[in-house]
Design a protein around this ligand. Structure first.
Ligand code: CMP
Length: 139
């Protein structure tokens, strides 16, 4: 079925000027952009977004890093969107990311790993609604 996922181009990739190249990989892989914006997270908003990780040892660093510079947030549509997008971005740790993946090409470390992809349909919707209203989304 055709469904949606949510992504963020993280501060390392945005700051390095890789937004265009990453969006090109995403569109070439067959994803359709439903909503898109450049924005910036405060540490508080990053903390809310990553609530699920709040007990993890990397949480404080992650919130600091994700609020360290601008990001791009987007909603993407494709058949099998969540799983196919996670294949396109590659493993969380770029050392383990396969050739041809976005993280293999652009990630610089486990934390600064260039891009986010939702891990389930349910989280895709929660994360999309965190950044976008219905008005921001094309049909
Ligand atoms: P992501 O999977 O998109 O969401 C959680 C983020 O936390 C992850 O990407 C990394 O950017 C960051 N992170 C930092 N350290 C770790 C770690 N040890 N394990 C998993 N994620 C980490």
């Amino acid at each position: 079925a055709t469904n949606r996922t949510f992504t963020m181009i993280k501060p390392d990739a945005f700051g390095a000027g890789n937004t265009g190249a990453i969006l090109e990989m995403i569109e070439s892989a067959g994803f359709r952009i439903i909503a898109l914006k450049a924005t910036r997270l405060s540490p508080e908003l990053a903390g809310q977004f990553y609530q699920v990780h709040k007990e993890r040892p990397f949480y404080a660093d992650l919130c600091q890093y994700m609020s360290s510079g601008p990001i791009v947030a987007a909603i993407l549509e494709k058949s099998n969107a969540v799983a196919d997008f996670r294949s396109l971005i590659g493993a969380t740790n770029p050392e383990n990311a396969a050739e041809g993946t976005i993280r293999k090409r652009f990630a610089t470390s486990l934390e600064a790993n260039a891009i986010h992809g939702s891990d389930s349909d349910e989280n895709a919707l929660i994360e999309s609604n965190f950044f976008f209203s219905a008005f921001d989304q094309i049909g």
